[in-house]
Design a protein around this ligand. Structure first.
Ligand SMILES: [Zn+2]
Length: 423
């Protein structure tokens, strides 16, 4: 009975959300000034080899923390990591004593928008979010090729978060998204066009009846299959915007790689099991569900899915305007989202894995990022307090290393006083 009442409440709040003035995301029609390129700010280049000692290692795999750990970095990569007793420190290299700090992989926000912007990329990186996945170009009149060119320029500059691009959201004519396909053949062509332009993975959207939308058209089964097959044929992932259980079922059956939101209505145990068995990830974005009145159902679903073993990745659906006048789409460390994940029952370790290894997976970068292991890129978030004891420690940043470069130094005097909310 409790569940029935809760769902009725959710349905009524969703219906009331239909009248909300601000859509979940809006087709690109609002011209804004194109992203600007600003010169790199000062960073501290490291010697060829850098060693971090006297740290507690939380490596992103979910394994128990390792006290008194050592990390050896050469150029942009980790070459050794583990307990002090097991890692040989090369002679004549720069050694930084972290004095008991906590070393984690650089965090990854796997659902943001408006990331083609140097200031925002710098704000994320300064907070220790060293990678973001832009889940669809909105509010931009810039050409895809120009945005991808900016991504590539910024990729060489470690003071900016690494930008993973999905290009435009694929949809059908009149549907929710930016790039419409008109047939299965057209779907294949559009996927190939986006991949040829240099996007990292493909995003599609199935939406109607939520956040101001009503009676929007949907893909045919053939179009959906064609999008996924065309992306997978080129070794690229497919992420899907869905906010309702019936559409989550549709994309899970079709074989997408992750769901870009969590539905707020009831998800069957069978569908949850299917996601576990097929290793389909979930990026909950509780922040946006809360903004549109679906937090209760979304929280209930996330608790069940985490408990059942669905792989969860961190993402808060950041945009530069508060959606539905909800002012909690954090730039920098997405603490509002993290707090809501915790309230859904996820442990601090589960949330850290969601923000590191699992988020790297949905970016298609699991081989390079997300865990602190020999051979991976040296992206690190170094905290002065233990996030396993209190997730608020995620904002007590002592140092940030991105691609082997210290972009946020360890001493308060040398911090540049970057204001996260100054944009
Ligand atoms: Zn989004």
């Amino acid at each position: 009975m409790k569940i029935t009442l809760a769902l009725c409440w959710i349905i009524s709040t969703l219906l009331s959300a239909c009248a909300s003035p601000t859509p979940l995301s809006t087709p690109t029609s609002t011209p804004t000034s194109p992203p600007t390129f600003t010169p790199a700010s000062t960073t501290i280049p490291i010697q060829a080899t850098l060693v971090l000692t006297n740290a507690t290692l939380i490596d992103g795999t979910g394994a128990d923390p390792i006290p008194d750990a050592v990390v050896v970095i050469a150029d942009e990569r980790i070459i050794a990591v583990g307990p002090r007793a097991q890692v040989e420190i090369p002679a004549g290299v720069q050694v930084i004593d972290l004095e008991g700090a906590f070393v984690l992989p650089g965090f990854i926000n796997a659902h943001v928008h408006n990331a083609y912007d140097a200031g925002r990329l710098e704000a994320w990186a300064q907070a220790g979010v060293t990678t973001v996945r832009d889940e669809g170009i909105i509010f931009s009149s810039a050409q895809l090729a120009d945005l991808i060119a900016l991504r590539d320029q910024w990729a060489a500059l470690p003071e900016y978060a690494r930008l993973v691009s999905t290009g435009y959201m694929l949809t059908v004519p009149g549907g929710y998204g930016q790039l419409a396909v008109t047939s299965a053949e057209d779907a294949r062509n559009q996927v190939n066009m986006e991949l040829d332009a240099g996007v990292d993975l493909i995003k599609l959207a199935i939406e109607t009846g939520y956040a101001g939308t009503i009676n929007l058209p949907n893909f045919t089964r053939e179009e959906l299959a064609a999008i996924i097959a065309a992306a997978h044929a080129r070794g690229r992932l497919v992420t899907a915007h869905v906010t309702q259980a019936q559409y989550l079922q549709q994309v899970v059956t079709a074989g997408v790689d992750d769901a870009a939101h969590i539905p707020a209505d009831y998800i069957t145990g069978g569908l949850i099991r299917e996601m576990v068995e097929q290793d389909i990830y979930l990026v909950p974005t509780l922040t946006v569900l809360e903004a549109y009145g679906g937090l209760s159902g979304a929280t209930y679903n996330l608790g069940r899915m985490a408990e059942a073993g669905v792989s969860i990745a961190l993402g808060n659906d950041y945009t530069f305007i508060p959606q539905n006048n909800f002012d909690h789409f954090d730039l920098g460390m997405p603490m509002h989202e993290i707090t809501r994940m915790s309230e859904a029952g996820m442990t601090p370790m589960q949330i850290i894995v969601a923000a590191t290894r699992n988020a790297a997976h949905v970016c298609g970068l699991e081989q390079e990022l997300g865990t602190l292991e020999a051979g991976k890129l040296a992206d690190m978030l170094i905290l002065s307090a233990d996030p396993l004891q209190d997730l608020a420690a995620l904002t007590q940043v002592q140092m940030v290393i991105h691609s082997g470069v210290i972009i946020r130094p360890g001493t308060p005097d040398s911090l540049r006083g970057f204001e996260l909310n100054s944009l």
